[in-house]
Ligand binder design. Structure first.
Ligand code: BYC
Length: 328
């Protein structure tokens, strides 16, 4: 069902397309939405399964670094907020798995591919949350980067994905706001709290920049995905927007972005900044990040521990169906 795509850094040219593919591309160019039962090129379908599946997995795995802090939240209010946020992320995973299922793949298949390492999830969740300030940094930076990437996806060409994004983006903005609120309390707190906020920014800055994917010249899928409006912006465009939005927030909080080369460039009316360490990025994506084994191990264990419950649900559904049929 899912296969690794042929690596290509360019979009298919019109002369390489069949008549049907040209008509499909014309629909996309007119801004029409593609719906599940309509004809689509096989590669379009597979690209969507890859991206939506990876996005869904990111939401589910993304619960782990924050879930880790629910029992240690410093106040009842912070605990309630964090609980709501982590619960939202489970919901986002569900909308996205449902959107992927409209493309003819089951949730079980997607989850099996996550567990076997065949499908990815966002690199960011392979970094640990070491202190309470990290929960602020995750909301401020990680959710901030996520929104930057997801707002344009509300306009993507595939109807179910675009519609799922509308609700997800609304919830993500609450997530980002709570992170900013948390980190500002820390940044304006005691010297020790401010130091924790700075340390969290130091550790999460570059991993957050990596969330947008490799630089445009290394991005294998961007050209074709943008032609199909599965992606609306390039990785570098969104990374730049994120830096431009976040640096003034850091200044306002009295925190220092850990980048000696960071400077406002009046000509381009945007910041110049250092690229993340791409070797580290690829190592994390390959499975060699600080927490990859723990994260995947936790997901696999949760799946195995929940087998009795899924079996119970399936047995109950079969019984109810049987009773209904007998009554008809
Ligand atoms: N991490 O050709 P490229 C959240 C892979 S969750 C891992 O540029 P593409 C949240 C990429 O898959 C936010 N892998 O790819 C949840 C490809 O490998 P394959 C998640 C990455 O797809 C809980 C290769 O590198 N958001 O918000 O055109 C708590 C080449 O890359 C990453 C989404 O998933 C990465 N960061 O562009 C808090 C958004 N980047 O598949 C928050 C939807 C790249 O060929 N996804 N790779 O083996 C997208 O917008 C795009 O898929 C990406 C990558 C921009 C991420």
């Amino acid at each position: 069902m899912y296969a690794q795509l042929v690596k290509t850094s360019r979009a298919k040219a019109p002369e390489e397309m069949s008549e049907q593919e040209r008509a499909f591309q014309a629909r996309i160019d007119r801004g029409e939405k593609i719906e599940p039962k309509e004809w689509m090129p096989e590669e379009y379908r597979r690209t969507l399964i890859r991206q939506i599946g990876q996005h869904a997995h990111s939401e589910i795995v993304g619960q782990l670094p924050e879930g880790n802090w629910i029992t240690r939240a410093p106040t009842l209010q912070r605990k309630a907020i964090l609980l709501a946020k982590v619960q939202d992320e489970a919901g986002h995973g569900l909308y996205l798995y449902c959107a992927a299922e409209t493309l003819g793949i089951s949730r079980d298949e997607l989850i099996a591919m996550l567990h076997s390492g065949k499908m990815k999830y966002s690199s960011i969740f392979n970094y640990p949350t070491l202190t309470w300030a990290d929960i602020g940094a995750v909301g401020w930076l990680v959710d901030g980067a996520a929104i930057m990437n997801q707002v344009p996806l509300q306009r993507c060409s595939y109807g179910p994905y675009a519609r799922a994004m509308v609700r997800i983006c609304k919830e993500e903005s609450f997530h980002q706001r709570q992170g900013y609120d948390l980190i500002s309390k820390m940044a304006r707190g005691t010297p020790e709290q401010k130091a924790m906020a700075q340390d969290a920014l130091n550790r999460f800055w570059y991993p957050s920049l990596m969330m947008f994917g490799p630089s445009d010249k290394e991005s294998v899928h961007s050209a074709q995905s943008m032609a199909w409006r599965i992606k609306i912006n390039t990785n570098d465009e969104l990374r730049q927007k994120f830096v431009d939005q976040t640096v003034p927030q850091a200044h306002y909080l009295g925190l220092t972005v850990p980048d000696d080369k960071l400077a406002w460039n009046e000509d381009k009316r945007a910041y110049d900044f250092s690229e993340p360490d791409w070797e580290e990025f690829y190592a994390v994506v390959r499975g060699d990040g600080p927490c990859n084994r723990d994260r995947l191990g936790a997901r696999v264990k949760a799946w195995e521990d929940g087998a009795w419950f899924r079996d119970g649900l399936a047995a109950h559904a079969a019984k109810t169906r049987g009773a209904k049929m007998a009554a008809e």
